[in-house]
Design a binder for this molecule. Structure first.
Ligand SMILES: Nc1ncnc2c1ncn2[C@@H]1O[C@H](COP(=O)(O)OP(=O)(O)OP(=O)(O)O)[C@@H](O)[C@H]1O
Length: 454
């Protein structure tokens, strides 16, 4: 072995650097690329000519090789996110006469399929971690601040301005706005800007908890309060939020019995755990949110008028997206970035057609709907750009019909393509059944499949 290396030194070096499937890069002490092997060029989609002589940060995403060259500290088996994949990177400084004169980086990329399998596994683990982190935060803290609320419309600025003014006081705030407008983000931001920001932010979704459990969730219970109760008892959300903020989401859906009890806590500043004779003082700031009209609910006697006055001390209306269209484009770009970072799918932008369609679409589900549409489009996209074809079927049709450059022939073809795709999906690709579903002959169906290259 040693003799092979001695005898064929150049060939061995050539094999290691150019024929192995690893990616190699070398830089000088200024972070400038002096060598990039074929595998790395291929993976990055660049040529040696355009890369050598450039700063490494201009060619390789999220690299830290220049830092290693500067500090002389090696970094082994670091996860590096490049072109939509989490790669395993080793970064080793090169020393000459005891001084760091550059660095060499390798990236593990042995076999594309095998690596993709591993990569999916890593992505899964990262998603799982994010899920648990989110759950932990949901239970114990406010994670968002005004900086996380994206948009540049005057309407959004106006709400943010009010939040800055109102957050420091201890005043009860009612956030009203359609579903998905960002009420929860605002509730977090108010807490973050308040004097209570170091104390807990506790959320309860009044619509998501079964009627019978809402009271135990809100007020907790003492040991042995009822059959099936935990023997150590349970703290309620009011006690958990003591000193901090309690966010009552979807308050319009709170059952009437619970409303009476909440009102008592708000009036007296005391809670009684279920099964206890004693009351406990609690100090919480209430932020409530609803997407319904509380006035209508009061009229229909589904919401107590006295609680309504307690909650409706100061109301902030979060406008729906269709009333602040300036926010659409910037939100769409932000969502693409957020979703592609989260899923590891490399999608960087949307076609101008898509952005124009988004701009005129009414977004009944507001920002949440946009996030969902972009998430599915990012998954469906075969390129780095979201196109109209990546949007849900109904949106594509709306888009084609409202696109002024479209001829009737084009619109009909797009509609036909959608119908054929839909029929194939519904019948799991069975062409005979799909033709039946569309009530057309088999040969005509085959022609369309061929025409649209399905
Ligand atoms: N301006 C914004 N900037 C960034 N993300 C936003 C914005 N508004 C909403 N979102 C995102 O949209 C989704 C819905 O927001 P949120 O849950 O705050 O809405 P909501 O009004 O409380 O909805 P619901 O009434 O259905 O509970 C979340 O993922 C949130 O992060």
């Amino acid at each position: 072995m040693l003799s092979t290396i001695k005898e064929y030194k150049e060939e061995v070096i050539e094999t290691v650097f150019e024929k192995s499937h690893f990616c190699f890069v070398a830089i000088d002490e200024n972070g400038v690329i002096t060598y990039l092997n074929n595998s790395y060029c291929h993976f990055l989609g660049v040529t040696k000519e355009e890369s050598i002589g450039k700063h490494v940060t201009a060619i390789i995403e999220n690299t830290r090789l220049h830092v290693v060259a500067e500090t002389g500290q090696e970094e082994i088996a670091d996860l590096q996110y490049i072109r939509g994949n989490h790669m395993v990177a080793n970064r080793i400084p090169v020393f000459s006469n005891g001084k760091s004169v550059g660095a060499v980086g390798t990236v593990l990329y042995r076999d594309k399929k095998e690596w993709m399998k591993m990569n999916t596994h890593i992505k899964n683990l990262l998603l799982e971690i994010e899920h648990y982190r989110k759950r932990l935060n949901d239970d114990h803290g406010a994670t968002y601040s005004l900086h996380d609320i994206v948009g540049s419309s005057p309407q959004l600025y106006d709400v943010k301005g009010k939040v800055k003014k109102l957050a420091p006081g201890d005043i009860t705030i009612l956030l009203q706005g359609e579903s998905g407008t960002g009420k929860e983000l605002f509730a977090h931001s108010i807490h973050q800007l308040s004097e209570r920001h170091t104390a807990p932010f506790i959320k309860i979704n009044c619509a998501a908890i079964p009627e019978g459990l809402l009271e135990t969730e809100l007020f907790g219970y003492v040991p042995g309060a009822f059959t099936g109760a935990k023997k150590e008892g349970k703290q309620g959300k009011f006690q958990l939020a003591d000193g901090g903020t309690l966010f009552l989401d979807e308050i319009g859906d709170m059952p009437l019995d619970a409303q009476v009890k909440i009102l008592r806590v708000l009036q007296e500043g005391e809670v009684e755990q279920i099964g206890s004779e004693k009351s406990q003082k609690v100090d919480v700031r209430i932020i409530a949110a609803t997407n319904q009209s509380l006035e209508t609910l009061v009229e229909q006697q589904r919401f107590r008028e006295d609680l309504y006055y307690r909650i409706n001390v100061l109301r902030l209306r979060i406008p729906p997206l269709r009333e602040r269209r300036e926010d659409v484009r910037i939100l769409a770009k932000y969502m693409i970035h957020k979703v592609s970072n989260r899923t590891g799918q490399r999608v960087v932008d949307a076609d101008p057609d898509v952005l124009q369609f988004f701009q005129q679409y009414d977004w009944p589900g507001n920002v949440r709907e946009m996030e969902n549409v972009i998430e599915s489009a990012v998954h469906l996209s075969d390129s780095e750009m979201i196109t109209m074809d990546d949007l849900p079927d109904q949106m594509q049709l709306d888009g084609y019909i409202t696109n002024q450059d479209m001829t009737l022939k084009n619109i009909l073809e797009k509609a036909e393509l959608q119908a054929v795709k839909h029929a194939l999906n519904k019948t799991n690709g069975d062409k005979r059944k799909a033709a039946n579903l569309l009530d057309i002959g088999k040969s005509s169906f085959y022609e369309k499949v061929k025409k649209y290259d399905l």
